[in-house]
Design a protein around this ligand. Structure first.
Ligand code: ADP
Ligand code: MG
Length: 266
Protein backbone atom coordinates (compact mmCIF):
# COMPACT_ATOMS: atom_id res chain seq x y z
CA UNK A 1 0.00 0.00 0.00
CA UNK A 2 1.81 3.01 -1.23
CA UNK A 3 -0.61 5.36 0.54
CA UNK A 4 0.70 4.15 3.84
CA UNK A 5 4.11 5.62 3.17
CA UNK A 6 2.96 8.66 1.25
CA UNK A 7 4.59 11.85 2.39
CA UNK A 8 3.89 15.44 1.53
CA UNK A 9 6.89 15.45 -0.78
CA UNK A 10 5.81 17.01 -4.06
CA UNK A 11 8.75 16.06 -6.24
CA UNK A 12 9.37 12.53 -7.40
CA UNK A 13 12.07 11.02 -5.23
CA UNK A 14 14.12 9.66 -8.10
CA UNK A 15 13.93 12.59 -10.48
CA UNK A 16 17.14 12.55 -12.51
CA UNK A 17 19.40 15.45 -11.66
CA UNK A 18 19.38 18.12 -14.30
CA UNK A 19 22.36 18.39 -16.61
CA UNK A 20 24.24 21.63 -16.08
CA UNK A 21 26.89 21.31 -18.74
CA UNK A 22 28.01 18.89 -21.43
CA UNK A 23 31.05 18.97 -23.65
CA UNK A 24 31.25 16.53 -26.55
CA UNK A 25 34.28 15.68 -28.64
CA UNK A 26 35.86 19.07 -28.05
CA UNK A 27 38.87 19.78 -30.23
CA UNK A 28 41.02 22.86 -30.19
CA UNK A 29 44.12 23.60 -32.21
CA UNK A 30 46.32 26.65 -32.25
CA UNK A 31 47.80 26.53 -35.72
CA UNK A 32 49.45 23.14 -35.98
CA UNK A 33 49.36 22.55 -32.25
CA UNK A 34 46.43 20.34 -31.31
CA UNK A 35 45.75 21.18 -27.68
CA UNK A 36 42.41 19.43 -27.11
CA UNK A 37 41.99 16.10 -28.87
CA UNK A 38 38.38 15.17 -28.28
CA UNK A 39 37.28 15.89 -24.72
CA UNK A 40 33.94 14.59 -23.46
CA UNK A 41 32.57 15.55 -20.08
CA UNK A 42 29.37 16.48 -18.37
CA UNK A 43 28.22 17.70 -14.99
CA UNK A 44 24.85 17.55 -13.34
CA UNK A 45 23.42 20.41 -11.36
CA UNK A 46 25.30 20.65 -8.07
CA UNK A 47 28.31 18.65 -9.25
CA UNK A 48 31.82 19.78 -8.51
CA UNK A 49 34.16 18.54 -11.23
CA UNK A 50 37.86 18.90 -10.55
CA UNK A 51 40.15 19.08 -13.58
CA UNK A 52 43.75 18.16 -12.93
CA UNK A 53 46.77 17.64 -15.15
CA UNK A 54 50.24 18.84 -15.88
CA UNK A 55 51.14 22.25 -17.19
CA UNK A 56 50.20 22.54 -20.86
CA UNK A 57 47.76 19.61 -20.80
CA UNK A 58 44.91 21.85 -21.98
CA UNK A 59 43.03 22.62 -18.76
CA UNK A 60 42.75 26.37 -19.30
CA UNK A 61 41.99 25.94 -22.98
CA UNK A 62 39.13 23.63 -22.09
CA UNK A 63 37.57 26.15 -19.69
CA UNK A 64 38.14 28.96 -22.17
CA UNK A 65 36.44 27.03 -24.97
CA UNK A 66 33.42 26.41 -22.75
CA UNK A 67 32.65 30.12 -22.61
CA UNK A 68 34.08 30.85 -26.04
CA UNK A 69 36.95 32.96 -24.84
CA UNK A 70 38.67 30.59 -27.27
CA UNK A 71 36.96 29.39 -30.41
CA UNK A 72 36.74 25.59 -30.39
CA UNK A 73 38.00 23.90 -33.54
CA UNK A 74 35.10 21.45 -33.33
CA UNK A 75 32.80 19.76 -30.86
CA UNK A 76 29.56 20.49 -29.03
CA UNK A 77 28.98 22.55 -25.92
CA UNK A 78 25.63 22.39 -24.16
CA UNK A 79 24.95 24.65 -21.18
CA UNK A 80 21.79 24.05 -19.17
CA UNK A 81 20.27 22.07 -22.03
CA UNK A 82 21.02 24.77 -24.59
CA UNK A 83 23.47 23.83 -27.30
CA UNK A 84 25.66 26.63 -28.49
CA UNK A 85 25.32 26.87 -32.22
CA UNK A 86 28.70 26.92 -33.92
CA UNK A 87 29.75 27.78 -37.41
CA UNK A 88 31.95 25.38 -39.36
CA UNK A 89 35.02 27.20 -37.99
CA UNK A 90 33.84 26.71 -34.41
CA UNK A 91 32.90 30.32 -33.80
CA UNK A 92 29.55 30.96 -32.14
CA UNK A 93 26.85 31.37 -34.76
CA UNK A 94 24.91 33.86 -32.69
CA UNK A 95 26.37 36.74 -30.68
CA UNK A 96 23.11 36.96 -28.77
CA UNK A 97 23.19 33.32 -27.81
CA UNK A 98 26.78 33.40 -26.68
CA UNK A 99 26.08 36.46 -24.55
CA UNK A 100 23.09 34.77 -22.99
CA UNK A 101 25.04 31.60 -22.30
CA UNK A 102 27.99 33.55 -20.91
CA UNK A 103 25.68 35.26 -18.48
CA UNK A 104 25.13 31.80 -16.97
CA UNK A 105 28.83 31.13 -16.49
CA UNK A 106 30.91 32.70 -13.76
CA UNK A 107 34.61 32.61 -14.41
CA UNK A 108 37.42 33.09 -11.91
CA UNK A 109 40.95 33.17 -13.28
CA UNK A 110 44.35 32.61 -11.80
CA UNK A 111 45.15 36.31 -11.83
CA UNK A 112 42.46 38.23 -10.06
CA UNK A 113 41.35 40.32 -13.03
CA UNK A 114 39.44 42.89 -11.05
CA UNK A 115 38.93 46.26 -12.66
CA UNK A 116 41.64 48.26 -10.98
CA UNK A 117 39.95 51.65 -11.36
CA UNK A 118 36.79 50.49 -9.65
CA UNK A 119 36.07 49.83 -6.01
CA UNK A 120 35.06 46.34 -4.95
CA UNK A 121 31.37 47.17 -4.89
CA UNK A 122 31.67 48.71 -8.37
CA UNK A 123 33.47 45.59 -9.57
CA UNK A 124 30.66 43.40 -8.32
CA UNK A 125 27.76 45.56 -9.60
CA UNK A 126 29.25 46.40 -13.02
CA UNK A 127 27.96 43.45 -15.04
CA UNK A 128 24.56 43.13 -13.33
CA UNK A 129 23.84 46.84 -13.84
CA UNK A 130 25.46 47.59 -17.18
CA UNK A 131 25.08 44.29 -18.98
CA UNK A 132 22.11 42.56 -17.40
CA UNK A 133 20.09 45.68 -16.64
CA UNK A 134 19.52 44.94 -12.95
CA UNK A 135 18.28 48.08 -11.17
CA UNK A 136 21.14 49.80 -9.34
CA UNK A 137 19.74 49.56 -5.82
CA UNK A 138 18.98 45.88 -6.21
CA UNK A 139 22.43 45.14 -7.68
CA UNK A 140 24.03 47.10 -4.85
CA UNK A 141 22.19 45.16 -2.14
CA UNK A 142 23.03 41.87 -3.77
CA UNK A 143 26.67 42.86 -4.20
CA UNK A 144 26.90 43.84 -0.54
CA UNK A 145 25.47 40.47 0.45
CA UNK A 146 28.04 38.74 -1.75
CA UNK A 147 30.91 40.77 -0.35
CA UNK A 148 29.64 39.91 3.10
CA UNK A 149 29.68 36.23 2.18
CA UNK A 150 33.29 36.33 1.08
CA UNK A 151 34.20 38.36 4.17
CA UNK A 152 34.80 41.69 2.44
CA UNK A 153 31.81 43.83 3.35
CA UNK A 154 34.09 46.32 5.09
CA UNK A 155 36.18 46.69 1.91
CA UNK A 156 33.30 47.56 -0.41
CA UNK A 157 34.60 51.07 -1.07
CA UNK A 158 38.23 50.01 -1.42
CA UNK A 159 40.19 49.76 -4.66
CA UNK A 160 41.75 46.38 -5.50
CA UNK A 161 45.33 47.66 -5.21
CA UNK A 162 44.85 48.11 -1.46
CA UNK A 163 43.90 44.48 -0.94
CA UNK A 164 45.90 41.30 -0.50
CA UNK A 165 45.86 38.70 -3.25
CA UNK A 166 43.54 36.53 -1.19
CA UNK A 167 41.12 39.40 -0.72
CA UNK A 168 41.24 40.25 -4.41
CA UNK A 169 40.51 36.67 -5.36
CA UNK A 170 37.60 36.51 -2.94
CA UNK A 171 36.28 39.72 -4.51
CA UNK A 172 36.69 38.14 -7.96
CA UNK A 173 34.57 35.23 -6.76
CA UNK A 174 31.90 37.64 -5.47
CA UNK A 175 31.96 39.36 -8.85
CA UNK A 176 31.51 36.06 -10.69
CA UNK A 177 28.62 35.15 -8.38
CA UNK A 178 26.88 38.47 -9.01
CA UNK A 179 25.31 37.13 -12.19
CA UNK A 180 24.04 34.09 -10.26
CA UNK A 181 25.72 31.75 -12.71
CA UNK A 182 24.47 28.23 -13.20
CA UNK A 183 28.06 27.03 -13.54
CA UNK A 184 31.20 28.48 -11.98
CA UNK A 185 34.48 27.97 -13.82
CA UNK A 186 37.60 28.26 -11.71
CA UNK A 187 41.00 28.23 -13.38
CA UNK A 188 43.65 27.65 -10.72
CA UNK A 189 42.13 30.26 -8.43
CA UNK A 190 44.85 29.90 -5.80
CA UNK A 191 48.01 29.33 -7.78
CA UNK A 192 49.01 32.99 -7.93
CA UNK A 193 48.60 33.44 -4.18
CA UNK A 194 51.16 33.45 -1.44
CA UNK A 195 50.79 30.17 0.47
CA UNK A 196 49.34 31.81 3.58
CA UNK A 197 46.48 33.28 1.50
CA UNK A 198 45.40 30.07 -0.20
CA UNK A 199 43.25 28.85 2.68
CA UNK A 200 40.88 31.79 2.79
CA UNK A 201 40.07 31.40 -0.91
CA UNK A 202 39.62 27.64 -0.64
CA UNK A 203 37.22 28.23 2.25
CA UNK A 204 35.02 30.37 0.03
CA UNK A 205 35.07 27.76 -2.75
CA UNK A 206 34.37 24.97 -0.26
CA UNK A 207 31.29 26.85 0.96
CA UNK A 208 30.05 27.25 -2.61
CA UNK A 209 30.51 23.53 -3.21
CA UNK A 210 28.68 22.70 0.02
CA UNK A 211 25.68 24.79 -0.96
CA UNK A 212 25.38 22.92 -4.25
CA UNK A 213 26.91 25.36 -6.70
CA UNK A 214 27.84 23.58 -9.92
CA UNK A 215 31.49 24.09 -10.72
CA UNK A 216 34.37 23.09 -12.90
CA UNK A 217 37.51 23.61 -10.92
CA UNK A 218 40.99 23.48 -12.40
CA UNK A 219 43.35 23.19 -9.48
CA UNK A 220 46.77 22.10 -8.34
CA UNK A 221 45.49 21.68 -4.81
CA UNK A 222 45.06 17.92 -4.86
CA UNK A 223 43.96 17.57 -1.26
CA UNK A 224 41.31 20.17 -1.84
CA UNK A 225 40.18 18.59 -5.13
CA UNK A 226 39.81 15.28 -3.36
CA UNK A 227 37.81 16.83 -0.57
CA UNK A 228 35.33 18.97 -2.54
CA UNK A 229 34.82 17.24 -5.87
CA UNK A 230 32.27 14.68 -6.96
CA UNK A 231 34.21 13.79 -10.06
CA UNK A 232 37.82 14.21 -11.14
CA UNK A 233 39.13 14.48 -14.68
CA UNK A 234 42.82 13.96 -15.34
CA UNK A 235 43.91 15.58 -18.60
CA UNK A 236 47.06 14.46 -20.35
CA UNK A 237 48.13 16.14 -23.58
CA UNK A 238 44.62 17.20 -24.49
CA UNK A 239 42.83 13.95 -23.71
CA UNK A 240 41.08 12.61 -20.64
CA UNK A 241 43.53 9.99 -19.52
CA UNK A 242 41.54 8.92 -16.48
CA UNK A 243 38.46 10.07 -14.62
CA UNK A 244 36.23 8.97 -11.81
CA UNK A 245 35.19 9.72 -8.26
CA UNK A 246 37.94 11.36 -6.19
CA UNK A 247 38.50 8.27 -4.04
CA UNK A 248 39.29 6.26 -7.18
CA UNK A 249 41.36 8.85 -9.05
CA UNK A 250 43.43 9.83 -6.02
CA UNK A 251 43.20 6.65 -3.99
CA UNK A 252 43.56 4.00 -6.66
CA UNK A 253 44.80 5.57 -9.90
CA UNK A 254 45.01 3.10 -12.78
CA UNK A 255 46.98 4.99 -15.42
CA UNK A 256 50.77 5.10 -15.07
CA UNK A 257 50.73 8.73 -16.20
CA UNK A 258 48.26 9.67 -13.51
CA UNK A 259 50.32 7.82 -10.90
CA UNK A 260 53.40 9.73 -12.00
CA UNK A 261 51.51 13.00 -12.02
CA UNK A 262 50.16 12.49 -8.51
CA UNK A 263 53.65 11.68 -7.30
CA UNK A 264 55.02 14.82 -8.91
CA UNK A 265 52.53 17.09 -7.19
CA UNK A 266 52.55 15.35 -3.81
P1 ADP B 1 47.16 24.19 -18.97
O1 ADP B 1 46.13 25.17 -18.51
O2 ADP B 1 46.76 22.77 -18.75
O3 ADP B 1 48.50 24.47 -18.38
P2 ADP B 1 46.77 25.44 -21.52
O4 ADP B 1 45.39 25.11 -21.90
O5 ADP B 1 47.03 26.81 -21.01
O6 ADP B 1 47.33 24.33 -20.53
O7 ADP B 1 47.73 25.26 -22.77
C1 ADP B 1 47.79 24.06 -23.50
C2 ADP B 1 48.74 24.26 -24.67
O8 ADP B 1 48.18 25.20 -25.57
C3 ADP B 1 50.10 24.79 -24.28
O9 ADP B 1 51.05 24.15 -25.09
C4 ADP B 1 50.01 26.26 -24.60
O10 ADP B 1 51.25 26.79 -24.93
C5 ADP B 1 49.08 26.25 -25.81
N1 ADP B 1 48.32 27.48 -25.93
C6 ADP B 1 47.41 27.94 -25.04
N2 ADP B 1 46.85 29.08 -25.47
C7 ADP B 1 47.43 29.37 -26.67
C8 ADP B 1 47.28 30.41 -27.63
N3 ADP B 1 46.40 31.41 -27.43
N4 ADP B 1 48.04 30.37 -28.73
C9 ADP B 1 48.89 29.35 -28.94
N5 ADP B 1 49.09 28.33 -28.09
C10 ADP B 1 48.36 28.32 -26.96
MG1 MG C 1 46.19 26.72 -17.20
Amino acid sequence: MTEAIATDRTEPAAAPAEEAIRVEDLHKSFGHLEVLKGVNMSAKKGDVVAIIGGSGSGKSTMLRCINFLETPTSGRIVIGGEEIAMRADGSPASRKQIERVRSRLGMVFQAFNLWTHRTLIENVTEVPVHVLGVPKAEAHDRAMALLERVGLADKAATYPAFLSGGQQQRAAIARALAIDPSVMLFDEPTSALDPELVGEVLTVIRDLAAEGRTMLLVTHEMKFAREVSDHVIYLFEGRIEEQGPPEAVFGAPKSERLKQFLKSVA
